[in-house]
Design a protein around this ligand. Structure first.
Ligand code: NAI
Length: 412
C-alpha cells in the first residue's frame, strides 16, 4: 500500500515550491507565472531548519550545497520533485529519492557556452603568454617581446570528447581560423570543417593544442598521463576544463618544467576545495604560462539564468503533465499535453506484473484506456495512463492500493 500522500496538480496555487541557495530569480518568476506558490531563500538552511522547511513543500529547488539526506526526505512527506539548479546531483541521496518515487531533475548543459568561451579565451591567452607578461607588468617589469608568442589562426586544435562543449569549442575555434580535429569514442557529426581522428594517439601527435571535454569515468580517469603528454608536439599546450581526474597533474607539471609543453590551462582538479576562500594546492602552481582557475568554466550569470529557465520548464512540465524528460533517477518519458482526459501517473517498484494489476482495475470498472506509456529502470517503473474524464476516487484508491505502488498522482 502506498504510504505517501498522493496529489492532484490542481488547484495550482496549492502546490508549494521552495527555492533555496539564491536560485536565479527567473525560476521564481516562471514558476510563479504558471500559478504555483513560490518561496525563495538566499542561503542554505541548516539541517533542522531544512527539515522544518520541507514539510508541506511539493517541489524543492536547490543548488549544489543543500544536502538532501534520507532524513530530510523523510520529513518532506508531500514532495513531488526536486530540482537541482546546477549540473550535478551528488548532493541528493538519489537512492532514497528513487525509493520514494521523487524525480530529481538537473540541468547539465545550460553552461555549455560559458565553458566553450573560457576555453577559447585561454587558447589566445596561452599562445600570447599574456598572464606572464601581465604579472611582470604588475610587478613593474616591461616584457615587450614576441618570443614564444603566436596567433591562433591556422593552429591545429585537438578536441577530446566532441559532445556539447567540445562541439561548441569546435565552432568558435574555426571562426578564429583554427584547424579543428577531434577524437570521440562515439561517431559524432563534425561541425564545419572539423576532422575526426580515429585514435587519441593520432590526435595528440597531430595538433598544437589539446583541449579535453570528456566525462569522468573509468576510461577517462588518468587518460592524459606521461605517455600521452610525450606523444604531444614539442611546445604544445594542454587545456583541461572537463574533470580533474582526467589528467595526471604531476606528469603535466614535469612536461611543463622540462619544456615539452609551452603552457597549460586547468580549471578542474582531482581534489578541489569545498568553498570560496579556502586554501588550494596543486603541482602546477608557480609554473610559467600556466593558467589555473577555480572550476569556473561554467560560472557565468548567463549560465545561472539558463539553468533557472531550463529547470523551471522541466519542473512545470512534470507537475502539469507528468513528463520526466531531464530526470536522473526516474525513467524519462516525454508526454503529450493533457486534453479532456484524466492522466494517472504511477511510480512503482519494478517487479513483474504491475501493469496487469493496474489494467485489472480499469477493466473491473469498465474504464476505457485511451493511451498508456510505461518505462522502467533497474529500480522503478513509471506508468502513465490516460483515461476518459470520469475516473472515480474509488478507482484511484484501488490503483494507489496496489502493493508495488510507490507514488501515484492524478491530473485532471
Ligand atoms: P557531453 O556528455 O555532452 O560530451 C562528452 C563527450 O565525451 C561525448 O561526446 C562522449 O562520447 C565523449 N567521450 C566519453 N568518453 C570518451 C573517451 N574515453 N574518449 C573520447 N571521448 C569520450 O559532456 P559536456 O557537457 O560536453 O561536458 C564535458 C565535460 O565538461 C564533462 O566532464 C563535464 O563534467 C565538464 N564540465 C565542466 C565545467 C566546468 O565548469 N569546468 C562545466 C560543465 C561541464
Amino acid at each position: 500500500m502506498a504510504s505517501r500522500e498522493s496529489l492532484t496538480s490542481y488547484p495550482k496555487e496549492k502546490i508549494k515550491i521552495l527555492l533555496l541557495e539564491g536560485v536565479h530569480r527567473s525560476a521564481h518568476e516562471s514558476l510563479g507565472e504558471d500559478g504555483f506558490t513560490v518561496e525563495s531563500q538566499a542561503g542554505v538552511p541548516g539541517g533542522s531548519e531544512l527539515a522544518r522547511k520541507v514539510d508541506g513543500i511539493h517541489v524543492l529547488g536547490i543548488r549544489s550545497k543543500t544536502r538532501i539526506t534520507p532524513e530530510i526526505l523523510s520529513k518532506a512527506r508531500r514532495l513531488l520533485a526536486i530540482g537541482c539548479f546546477c549540473i550535478g546531483t551528488d548532493q541528493v541521496n538519489l537512492e532514497q529519492a528513487t525509493a520514494l518515487g521523487i524525480p530529481v531533475f538537473n540541468s547539465p548543459f545550460s553552461n555549455t557556452r560559458s565553458v566553450a568561451e573560457l576555453v577559447i579565451g585561454e587558447i589566445i591567452v596561452l599562445l600570447r603568454r599574456i598572464f606572464d607578461k601581465s604579472r611582470a607588468a604588475h610587478e613593474g617589469e616591461w616584457q615587450k617581446e614576441a618570443k614564444g608568442c603566436f596567433e591562433v589562426r591556422n593552429k591545429r586544435l585537438g578536441i577530446v570528447g566532441y559532445g556539447h562543449i567540445g562541439s561548441q569549442v569546435s565552432i568558435l575555434a574555426e571562426a578564429l581560423g583554427m584547424q579543428v580535429f577531434y577524437y570521440d569514442i562515439v561517431d559524432k557529426l563534425p561541425m564545419g570543417n572539423a576532422v575526426r581522428m580515429q585514435s587519441l594517439e593520432k590526435l595528440l601527435k597531430s595538433v598544437d593544442i589539446v583541449s579535453l571535454h570528456v566525462p569522468e569515468d573509468k576510461a577517462t580517469t588518468g587518460m592524459i598521463g606521461e605517455g600521452q603528454l610525450d606523444r604531444m608536439k614539442d611546445g604544445g599546450y594542454l587545456i583541461n576544463a572537463s574533470r580533474g581526474k582526467v589528467v595526471d597533474l604531476d606528469a603535466l607539471a614535469r612536461a611543463l618544467h622540462g619544456g615539452k609543453l609551452a603552457g597549460a590551462a586547468v580549471d578542474v582538479f582531482p581534489e578541489e576545495p569545498k568553498g570560496t576562500g579556502e586554501k588550494f594546492a596543486c603541482p602546477l602552481q608557480g609554473i610559467p604560462n600556466v593558467i589555473l582557475t577555480p572550476h569556473v568554466g561554467g560560472s557565468t550569470k548567463e549560465a545561472q539564468e539558463n539553468i533557472a529557465r531550463d529547470l523551471s520548464a522541466k519542473l512545470i512540465r512534470f507537475i502539469n503533465n507528468g513528463s520526466t524528460m531531464g530526470c536522473v533517477n526516474i525513467p524519462q518519458v516525454h508526454l503529450p499535453v493533457l486534453r479532456d482526459h484524466h492522466r494517472i501517473l504511477h511510480i512503482h517498484r519494478n517487479v513483474p506484473g504491475v501493469l496487469s494489476k493496474v489494467n485489472d482495475v480499469f477493466s473491473k470498472f469498465a474504464i476505457n484506456v485511451e493511451s498508456q506509456y510505461l518505462k522502467t529502470n533497474e529500480k522503478v517503473g513509471y506508468l502513465i495512463v490516460d483515461v476518459k474524464r470520469d475516473i472515480s476516487d474509488e478507482v484511484f484508491a484501488r490503483i494507489k492500493g496496489i502493493e508495488e505502488t510507490i507514488k501515484a498522482r492524478i491530473l485532471y
